[in-house]
Write a protein that binds this ligand. Structure first.
Ligand SMILES: Nc1ncnc2c1ncn2[C@@H]1O[C@H](COP(=O)(O)OP(=O)(O)OP(=O)(O)O)[C@@H](O)[C@H]1O
Ligand SMILES: [Mg+2]
Length: 256
């Protein structure tokens, strides 16, 4: 199995804040890796380092077998890496359809206008957004906004998809809907996925492996079962009673 992403001993500080301190992880092709950890653990910073938004102070990032440390964001995107943002970043004054079309045009594919429009339609249908195609992005509710964020990332036709809290703020049926779409997208488009998530039962259900960050360091790594039982992980979450509760609930719920 080939390695899609390798992060080696990555450090990143902001002034006195050590956001990442010697983080390493490996993501194999075709897997869904769940990246969890309490608020401020460094999860989004790690995505920002992987995508070239920040250069790490130290350490190395490898994508598809190439050392990409310090590469600019557009070059990393061209390799086939797409992300969603924790706070969705659509073009608010464009329609849902236009937003997806723009992402398709930013991808390195050479498509005619008609082919690009057809592709946009296909992605909107896939995410149940076809009936909202002509709404302005600024008019969407949270659930539709999250779907559009995913649609825009898929429109880049990535090989590696980085999802930053795409389930945050969704009700249980919307969480289930998104999980189903993420699983199907993985299969249909042959994706490898890294997924930052606080909705614990969801990430435990969908991920093949979990990496736990805490205060900028990797606290644990393992299967969802191993992580849910790990006392260090439960302790890390105890600072956050809501998340600790989610863990306890996870212990008593069935997988898949
Ligand atoms: N651009 C920045 N400037 C200064 N500090 C930053 C910056 N980005 C992140 N940080 C700090 O780095 C630490 C890690 O932040 P990060 O956003 O990576 O956490 P996170 O794990 O994604 O948290 P959350 O679950 O709340 O999204 C935090 O202390 C944060 O305040
Ligand atoms: Mg974050």
């Amino acid at each position: 199995m080939s390695v899609v992403l390798r992060v080696e001993n990555v450090y990143k500080s902001f002034g006195g804040v050590k956001a990442l301190e010697g983080v390493s992880m490996t993501v194999n092709e075709g897997m869904i890796l769940g990246l969890i950890g309490p608020n401020g653990a460094g999860k989004t910073t790690l995505f920002n380092v992987i995508t070239g938004y920040y250069k790490p102070d130290k350490g190395r990032v490898e994508l598809f077998g190439r050392d990409v440390t310090g590469w600019p964001t557009h070059k990393i995107a061209q390799l086939g890496v797409a992300r969603t943002f924790q706070i969705p970043k659509p073009f608010p004054d464009l329609t849902v359809f236009e937003n997806v079309l723009v992402s398709i045009k930013f991808s390195s594919r050479k498509l005619s206008e008609q082919e690009a429009a057809e592709e946009a339609k296909r992605i909107l249908e896939f995410l149940g957004l076809d009936s909202h195609a002509h709404m302005l992005a600024s008019q969407l509710n949270v659930a539709l906004e999250k779907r559009l964020e995913l649609a825009r990332a898929l429109a880049r036709q990535p090989r590696l998809l980085l999802l930053d809290e795409v389930l945050a703020g969704l009700n249980p049926s919307e969480v289930a809907y998104m999980l189903e779409k993420i699983k199907r997208a993985k299969q249909e488009f042959g994706l490898t996925i890294v997924m930052i998530e606080h909705v614990m039962h969801a990430v435990m259900n969908i991920a093949d492996r979990i990496v736990v960050l805490h205060l900028g360091k990797k606290l644990a790594e393992g299967t969802p079962e191993e992580i849910a039982r790990d006392p260090r992980v439960i302790e890390a979450y105890l600072g956050d009673p809501k998340l600790a509760l989610a863990f306890v609930e996870r212990l008593s719920s069935k997988k898949r």
